[in-house]
Design a protein around this ligand. Structure first.
Ligand code: FUB
Length: 349
């Protein structure tokens, strides 16, 4: 009798765990996170972080347990189709200036060449952003000898505007070190991130993500990085203490009907939210939530239009249950007629 009860209990718990998630992982063979999705050469390519098992991961707010060492690109011929896990696209050992931690990457295509943008710590343990080039979307990519001049912090994403201009958005606070850089791009050494280092002024404007236009060569900035202002509907800045709305990391921009949508993670409140503007430089007006908290601490995403349908690519920890061993997935995303985005609930009730 006891045995039967145990079997019923295990079966029920297992199916509950299976059913808790709105979507299933794209791949289960490797751990993947921070998916940047694009269509290149008519195929869907996803550029994720490649999470790895770390023995005795440090317990701090510096992100030490995110100790990734290479990138693997995923591709699908169509949405929901079989997924190819490509060979190593770039290895930490092949980047001269890098010391550790390959964090969330992005990619862009221009004139038949493909560019991988990746944040990693330099030999002084300062996050910078690198560029690497390939003839193929899946790589292998060859890294430049130095980080992009003028770059700092992490989570680069490169947006191509309708006029052919490319802009990099970047930055992330706490372990991403953005709090060490002022808006004139000057660096002050600091401890690794924690809540007190959001900006130091709870009632002051929250730290802004940065934007820089890319040069024609796609491996350098055409200008000094500038802060991207995020304001509320009354024109007031979103404040440091407003943890449910302030910028933390994972800036991503898409454009629909002439409106620029800046979406980002709020970090310790675990939301993906969005703000809109009529200018890629902003200011962006906060609008609302796109993705609610996922299983796991980090919530990092990208958006992609395939045919007429928009998708949100995101990650959670469905396979491992561990914050630093994540798996990417996607779900449909809908814009309402008034331009707002429908909220997504990645976990079922
Ligand atoms: O994957 C490492 C870091 O975790 C990313 O750069 C952040 O956005 C967060 O997802």
């Amino acid at each position: 009798m006891k045995k039967i009860i145990l079997i019923i209990f295990l079966t029920t718990s297992f199916s509950f765990a299976q059913n808790k998630f709105l979507n299933d992982p794209l791949v289960t063979e490797i751990f993947t996170a921070d998916p940047s999705a694009h269509i290149f050469n008519g195929k869907i390519y996803v550029y994720p972080s490649h999470d790895i098992v770390v023995e005795n991961p440090p317990v701090d707010d510096c992100g030490g347990k995110y100790a990734m060492r290479d990138y693997r690109v995923l591709s699908m011929n169509y949405i929901g189709g079989p997924v190819t896990i490509h060979d190593v696209a770039l290895d930490l050992d092949d980047v001269q200036w890098a010391k550790r931690q390959f964090w969330a990457p992005d990619a862009a295509e221009k004139d038949g060449k493909f560019y991988l943008y990746f944040p990693t710590k330099d030999k002084d343990d300062i996050f910078k952003i690198g560029a690497a080039v390939s003839d193929k979307p899946e790589g292998p990519f060859k890294a430049e000898n130095n980080p992009i001049e003028g770059s700092y912090s992490m989570d680069p994403s490169v947006f191509k505007d309708d006029d052919g201009s490319y802009y990099m958005y970047f930055g992330g606070i706490w372990g991403g070190q953005l709090q060490r850089w002022d808006e004139d791009n000057q660096y002050t050494p600091g401890e690794c991130g924690n809540e007190l280092q959001d900006s130091g002024i709870p009632d002051g404007p929250a730290i802004s993500p940065r934007i820089a236009k890319m040069s024609n060569d796609m491996i350098s900035f055409a200008e000094d990085p500038k802060p991207v202002r995020i304001i509320d509907k009354n024109g007031n800045p979103i404040l440091t203490k407003d943890h449910a709305r302030r910028f933390f990391e994972a800036a991503w921009v898409h454009k629909k009907d002439g409106i620029y949508y800046l979406s980002y993670s709020t970090g310790n409140t675990h939301l993906i939210v969005y703000a809109t503007s009529d200018n890629p430089y902003g200011p962006f007006v906060y609008q609302g939530i796109i993705n609610n908290p996922v299983d796991g601490w980090t919530n990092h995403h990208s958006t992609l239009k395939v045919g007429d349908q928009w998708y949100l690519f995101y990650h959670d920890t469905q396979i491992s249950g561990k914050d630093h061993l994540r798996n990417v997935k996607f779900t449909e995303m809908y814009h309402n007629k008034d331009g707002s985005i429908q909220e997504i609930f990645p976990l079922k009730n």
